[in-house]
Structure formats: structure tokens, C-alpha cells
Design a binder for this molecule. Structure first.
Ligand SMILES: [Zn+2]
Length: 270
């Protein structure tokens, strides 16, 4: 990331962090590429949210990168490039992983749950995942990455550090999750400080996905993904909310505007 991205809403300071980049065949993201060989890069912009003013002690992390290394079952398919880890990026904000109180997982793909479980890196945090996402992951084939999170999360539920969420709700002060499925069952987006900013996760992970007709081949329900993406991006425009694009290597913090059947992104100055 060229520069540090941080901004303030009414009552939060929002740090857009990075857990490095992955490089993979486009087919792993987009599905069928018509036999063409293409490599694409994706960043992993986890988001750290501090409370301004009154110190309520809450420090919220949205998604958790790839973790220490690419899981064995994905080796060879994903190459990881990073100068520093998400944990180091958290330290640079003046916080430490021990201070994190809430980790919200948009869904259970390995590039989103990393440091929450591989290894568990936030000893004082409760991890919030949708029950629907866990149920889906249990039924995924062994080689699918989502499956890898199941054991850890079930252990966390037993031990009390994972909380399963059923649908929409406020998981920390001003931090609202909303289920917008399609990429996975129980995929959740996050509205920050009421509705002042939006984390879209893999519903609209990068700028190419602002065209609603671009559907990731890995989406479990493409039609739901398309419909939800149009609805959520329209809402972000209506609310004039900055949008954080998790996988966008550059300009991951944008404002959204509808343009014909597509949406356009303008980088947010900060
Ligand atoms: Zn992803």
C-alpha cells in the first residue's frame, strides 16, 4: 500500500491495514477464464476500528488476512508476498493484538480468517462469525479452504471465544453486521459507526467487481451475489459512505457512484 489509509467518522478512528498481497491464477477467483492464463494480485485490507472520545475499551478488527502462511491445502495456488504482517500493521497504529476485543469475520475463506485462527493471535478478543457460514463450511469438500476454519471455530464456541451470530445485528458499539450472501452462505458486510462507512468484504472485494455482471466463479450463489452487490453499493452511495475494498491492491478506500449499470469508485483523499 502506497500510503497509510486512516479516516475518522463521528465516533471512530478507522485504520485500513494490510496483510500483504497474494498472487493467484485468475481462475481461482473468477472461475472459467476461457482457457486464458492470467495471474492476478489481491491485497488483504483488514480494518481496525478504535473508539474516539469516550474510552469504551473496544478495539474491533474486521477480517484477519491469511495468517502466518498459506494453508497447506492451498499451497501452490496462492503465493503470499508481504513486507510485514497484519500483526505488525496493528502495532504501527499504536495498538497491539492483545488489545483487540472483537474480530468480525465476513466469511470463512482462509484469506479472511487467517490471524484469528492460524495461529490464534488475539487472546482477549471474541470472534464473531455467522452460524450460516460455519454450517456451509462444514459441508464443503476437504480441499475447499472454508472447511479449514471449522475445527478452530467449533473449539472456540466450546471454549467461549467464538460467538455465532444469526443474521443482522450490532456486535460492538456502532458496529453493525448485515448478512449479504452470495459469495458464501452467511457472508456478512459491516457498517461502521452506524452507517458512516462500509466494509464490503467479498461482496465487492475490488474495483472490477463494481460491475455487477462480474461474478466470481467461486461464489456459491451468483444471482444473490449480484443482487446484493447492487443493493449494498446503492445504499453506500445514498449514505455517502466511504467504502473499504478488501482485495483492492491500490485505492482500497473509495466513494461509490452509480454510472449506467455499473458503479464507479473515486479514491477518498485522506
Ligand atoms: Zn477473499
Amino acid at each position: 500500500m502506497a500510503k497509510k489509509a486512516a479516516f475518522e467518522t463521528k465516533s471512530k478512528r478507522v485504520h485500513v491495514l494490510e496483510d500483504g498481497l497474494f498472487i493467484t491464477d485468475a481462475g481461482n477467483i473468477l472461475g472459467d477464464t476461457g482457457g486464458r492464463k492470467m495471474r492476478i494480485r489481491g491485497a488483504m485490507h483488514a480494518v481496525l476500528i478504535e473508539s474516539l472520545g469516550e474510552d469504551d475499551g473496544e478495539l474491533v478488527l474486521l477480517d484477519a488476512g491469511f495468517g502466518e502462511s498459506v494453508p497447506e491445502t492451498l499451497e501452490g495456488r496462492y503465493e503470499l508476498r508481504r513486507e510485514k504482517t497484519l500483526l505488525e500493521a496493528i502495532e504501527e497504529t499504536g495498538n497491539s493484538p492483545e488489545d483487540v476485543t472483537h474480530v468480525v469475520l465476513s466469511h470463512l475463506d482462509p484469506d479472511h480468517v487467517g490471524w484469528a485462527i492460524n495461529p490464534p493471535s488475539f487472546p482477549h478478543a471474541t470472534i464473531y462469525a455467522q452460524r450460516g457460514a460455519l454450517e456451509e463450511a462444514k459441508n464443503m469438500p476437504e480441499e475447499d479452504g472454508r472447511n479449514l476454519a471449522v475445527k478452530s471455530l467449533e473449539k472456540g464456541v466450546e471454549e467461549g471465544w467464538v460467538e455465532l451470530v444469526d443474521g443482522d445485528g450490532e456486535v460492538a458499539k456502532g458496529i453493525y453486521v448485515e448478512v449479504r450472501a452470495g459469495h458464501s452462505e452467511g457472508h456478512q458486510i459491516v457498517w461502521i459507526d452506524g452507517s458512516e462507512a462500509l466494509f464490503t468484504a467479498d461482496l465487492a472485494p475490488s474495483k472490477i467487481f463494481l460491475d455487477p455482471d462480474i461474478i466470481a466463479g467461486v461464489d456459491t450463489d451468483p444471482e444473490a451475489a449480484r443482487r446484493n452487490r447492487i443493493e449494498v453499493l446503492s445504499e453506500a452511495e445514498k449514505r455517502n459512505a466511504p467504502v473499504i475494498l478488501y482485495h483492492e491492491p491500490k485505492d482500497c478506500l473509495v466513494k461509490i457512484r452509480k454510472s449506467g449499470k455499473n458503479f464507479e469508485a473515486t479514491p477518498l483523499e485522506n
